[in-house]
Design a protein around this ligand. Sequence first.
Ligand code: 3IO
Length: 341
Amino acid sequence: MIKRAILKQAMGSAILGLFFMVTCSGVFLSPAMAGAIKLNYANFPPAPTFPCVQMERWKVEVEKRTGDQVQINTFPGGTLLGAKGMMDGVMAGQADIGNICMAYQPGRFVVTNATSLPLGIKNAKTGSMALLKLYERYKPKAFKDVVVLAMFTNAPGNVMSKVPVNCLADMKGLDLRASGGAAQILKAWGANPVGMPMPATVEALQKGTVKGLFSSLEVMKDFKFAENCKYVTMTETVIYPFAVIMNKGKWDSLPEDVQKVMMDLKKEQSLWTGTYMDDLIKRAIAWSKESNNVEFISLSDDEKAQWDGKLDFITQNWIKGATNKGLPAEEIIKDIKTYIQ
Ligand code: 3IO
């Protein structure tokens, strides 16, 4: 008993001594200490997918450019926040930083979701730059309680399916997964849109709840959809806008030099991600052909004109809705068209 008490006391003073050594040497107090600022960054899809690849790239750049003052802890795969709770979760401080896909809450991000109208965005690089410009120009209210760290889009969507789709007639009643505004597009083409975030699609395809999906083709590789979907019909229609956002209170607590590093990275990161995505699409197409013998179906000019012609009303409807909400809808569309030229 006595021995133990002595041991306890000795340990206690050793810890106390260590505490003084550390505090007196200033290690506890210096804000420039490595990793002194810790930020949690939440993401909803699995680690190998592009939203998480760009997250890891951002982490590395921020840690490097702040001289390791900042340590970013990343949480892919919905381990901290999921697809639908991302925006509110970051606003509430459950994560400091989060990556949102705006299509999952179409009514919430009216202005930025205009980039997902069928306006002819050709690739992710163009889409990403147009989206960021649109955001900077209109500073939509939806983002007033957060700080935007980057914005980017995926590449234009195509139909990935278990059955070949050669013409509009083949789309009739086909259960295809899509989210946000893309559901309207699939409906206009005669298909039956089934809404769910991307990560839920893996099981839906395996179980047969859906016969395919409509999105950018990198998912053929990153989610291994090529194992289920042996056909791709090249429609090259519409992108999804994404944003990386930070909790406002957390932002305000950061030193100015750290804030500057992040703001200087905003456009660069957006461009990096768009470029990464476009390259990834090329690799995913090659991989799908080589490893899974996927057949790529292109539409004739006549057929493509028919598909495109079914979508004109979508932008018109958006303009009506946005105008009713008091937004300069015509101007927003005109701006996007200019940005993507
Ligand atoms: C997406 C979301 C998470 C991971 C990879 C992705 N590629 C494209 C999307 C956008 C999306 O959710 C969708 O509905 O196509």
